[in-house]
Design a protein around this ligand. Structure first.
Ligand SMILES: Nc1nc2c(ncn2[C@@H]2O[C@H](COP(=O)(O)OP(=O)(O)OP(=O)(O)O)[C@@H](O)[C@H]2O)c(=O)[nH]1
Ligand SMILES: [Mg+2]
Length: 285
């Protein structure tokens, strides 16, 4: 071993030991005889500031990535994941190398159920999550536009602010030039303000692809979700408030996507129809 690595190695061991103790004393809970690992992870990532974390420290988190022909984006996303993340790629029948690339990066790959569209992929991912004992489910787009290095920030928000659902706002966050055109920016903001005001709250980016959910949130939402397409985020938002789950948003960075968009112009207009539908739904359920 090279001499300059030794102090770092000892420091890591010490941090793990201290972090583990602190975390356990403050956050450990038992669930079906198993450690509630999501909270443990967050504590440890704070303790071990500056040192890359190993596999078992991030054990309570499952990261779901819906993909449809994202061979370029998925590589970017998987390569940027915090080390040790368990990633579930839910694929919608890609005809390029998306699945191959995902497998090369040790992601779990599942084909989506419930029909075509991103919504079906998200629901498939939630169904998979409920069959495991992970504590937190994060969702991130597979086109490389969301930065996976912000996952700890999302989880931190979930835990420290006692939220059940966290959405990553691209409107509040820093945006790479050209990542989001003015039309999309405007549409996202309007839709979000309208939906937020329905619940007397200000939200800026309900249609984001970056989310974090507690286990309780997924258990509550999953069986009520019916969306198959890009309206899934609006449905999640409305059902979250309908169920009285605490939902917050945090700013996230947004970069230019790799590959081609699947959210065609027509679908963007269709989402305004869904906006009306979910608003009515939120009043009359
Ligand atoms: N499994 C699955 N994933 C999908 C489907 N449609 C889109 N996706 C994925 O959902 C994510 C969001 O789709 P995008 O095309 O990026 O839509 P968007 O982010 O609203 O639009 P852009 O601003 O153009 O990026 C991407 O990772 C897509 O690959 C689908 O039918 N099935
Ligand atoms: Mg995208």
């Amino acid at each position: 071993m090279r001499p300059h690595l030794i102090p770092n190695f000892l420091r890591l061991l010490l941090l793990i030991k201290l972090g583990f103790r602190t975390s356990c004393s403050k956050f450990k809970t038992e669930k079906k005889g198993k450690l509630h690992r999501g909270k443990l992870h967050v504590r440890m990532s704070t303790c071990a500031n500056g040192i890359s974390l190993s596999v078992n420290l991030i054990g309570g988190l499952l990261v779901m990535v819906p993909t449809l022909n994202e061979e370029l984006g998925i590589r970017r996303v998987l390569e940027g994941m915090p080390r040790g993340s368990v990633v579930l790629v839910v694929d919608g029948g890609s005809t390029d190398k998306t699945v191959e690339v995902a497998k090369q990066h040790d992601a779990i790959v599942r084909k989506q159920r419930f029909g075509r569209g991103k919504g079906s992929a998200v629901r498939t991912g939630m169904e998979y999550f409920l069959g495991t004992d992970y504590d937190i489910l994060c969702m991130i787009d597979g086109d490389g536009s969301n930065d996976p290095r912000e996952l700890p920030k999302m989880i931190e928000a979930l835990n420290s602010r006692n939220a059940e659902v966290v959405l990553g706002s691209r409107i509040r966050g820093e945006r790479e030039k050209g990542a989001m055109g003015p039309f999309t920016f405007f549409c996202n903001l309007i839709v979000s303000l309208i939906l937020g005001l329905r619940f007397l709250r200000i939200f800026t980016d309900v249609q984001t692809g970056y989310w974090a959910f507690s286990r309780k949130a997924v258990e509550t939402l999953y069986s009520n979700l019916k969306a198959e397409g890009f309206e899934i985020e609006m449905e999640i938002f409305v059902l979250t408030f309908g169920a009285g789950l605490k939902c917050i948003e945090v700013p996230v960075r947004y970069e230019k996507r790799s590959g081609k968009t699947k959210f065609r112009l027509l679908l963007r207009f269709r989402n305004f129809g869904y906006l009306v539908y979910y608003l009515l739904h939120s009043f009359w359920g």
